[in-house]
Design a protein around this ligand. Structure first.
Ligand code: AMP
Length: 347
């Protein structure tokens, strides 16, 4: 692929905080961004252009595609019909296969186990009628997750005994409960030339299904760190991936288990803004623009903390702290559970 020239325009599907930070990184490299977002678009404040239209509006999608040189995304649940149209007009990076694999938890698990990686034991639960057999098979505790559209723990039901009968209301997968000692993630990038660069795995702590903090270094032994990076590299190579991906892993006494993959920049990679010369946002832009990747080298220990809901009341205090970077997403109302910003504290 040829490199995008300065002044070229990158189209971004999704206008949330990830799109906002991608737009800032793209502008530093001399590119413009055109954001496509059906709802509120914090990315619109910093992008060159914004289209505010639903993914069903094919006229708007066509005009968007024709105004850009390449299309990427910060949101993986873009409808297939919109992607079909966009792909007929401009290249989409990362590719459609990466999207298809990560849009559906069953396809994702089949793909991961198919390339020799370990996931939680799982069963397809297409309808409510499949649930008793799946529960009898895997036993309790187990977690039922909708195959599509789940994030931040949404669309999930925990089963503490195999006789329990609750239903998500949509095709799901049942996962055996993994007794993990820690959750880590690898932010990995693959360039258009096949070069792979990974950042140090981060230790993730969730509360109420939402990521609270990511800390690097994550404290795992060197052998597991290497394993984590090799797993991430195997995934991006198998998908012929171009861009940044987040790979979430459970640490268990038997080794690392892949929880899920996100075909985009990832909340658990925000620490790279304070810890690396080239952060995950610039890395993603470099990849989709066909530029050489930056290395993933980390020059600081960092703790990233999400500012959720009324955590933003702490901003006056956070701004006074040393070695602390405050990032705000420009969102209006601080509703409970809403990600309003994050802080990177250099340790
Ligand atoms: P997910 O949306 O699949 O990432 O799940 C949200 C969170 O639920 C994860 O970060 C874990 O803390 C927990 N979780 C998900 N799946 C499992 C599992 N199979 N076993 C144990 N905990 C899980």
């Amino acid at each position: 692929m040829t490199e995008l020239k300065p002044g070229a325009t990158i189209g971004i599907l999704g206008g949330g905080q990830l799109g906002r930070m991608l737009s800032v990184a793209a502008s530093r490299l001399g590119y413009r961004c055109h954001v496509y977002e059906p709802g509120a678009a914090p990315a619109g404040d910093v992008a060159h252009a914004v289209t505010n239209a639903p993914y069903e509006d094919h006229q708007a999608l066509r005009a968007f595609a024709e105004s850009v040189d390449v299309i990427t995304y910060e949101f993986e649940n873009v409808p297939t019909s919109a992607l079909d149209l966009l792909e007929s007009l401009r290249p989409i990076r990362p590719n459609r296969r990466a999207l298809a694999v990560s849009q559906d938890r069953l396809t994702e698990k089949d793909f991961l186990t198919g390339i020799g990686l370990t996931t939680a034991p799982y069963r397809n639960v297409e309808t409510e009628a499949d649930l008793p057999a799946a529960l009898a098979d895997l036993g309790a505790p187990a977690i039922l997750k909708t195959r599509r559209m789940g994030y931040d723990g949404k669309g999930q039901i925990r089963f503490s005994d195999a006789g329990q009968r609750d239903w998500t209301g949509a095709p799901s997968v049942l996962e055996g409960f993994v007794a993990f000692s820690a959750e880590v993630s690898v932010i990995v990038a693959r360039g258009a030339d096949g070069q792979v660069a990974a950042y140090d795995p981060g230790l993730n702590v969730h509360r109420g299904g939402i990521l609270r903090t990511t800390t690097v270094p994550c404290g795992l032994p060197a052998s597991l760190l290497t394993d984590a990076v090799l797993i991430a590299a195997r995934i991006v190579n198998a998908l012929d991936y171009v861009g940044v991906m987040g790979v979430e892993l459970f640490v268990t006494p038997q080794g690392l288990i892949v929880n899920e993959i996100a075909p985009r920049v990832h909340n658990s990679g925000h620490w790279t803004q304070a810890g690396c010369a080239v952060d995950q946002f610039e890395q993603h832009i470099r990849a989709v623009a066909g530029l050489p990747l930056g290395d993933g080298q980390r020059y600081a220990d960092v703790e990233m903390e999400n500012l959720i809901g009324d955590d933003i009341d702490r901003i006056p205090d956070l701004l006074r702290r040393p070695r602390t970077q405050v990032h705000l997403y420009g969102k209006g109302e601080a509703r409970p559970g809403r990600k309003m910003g994050h802080v990177n504290r250099v340790l």
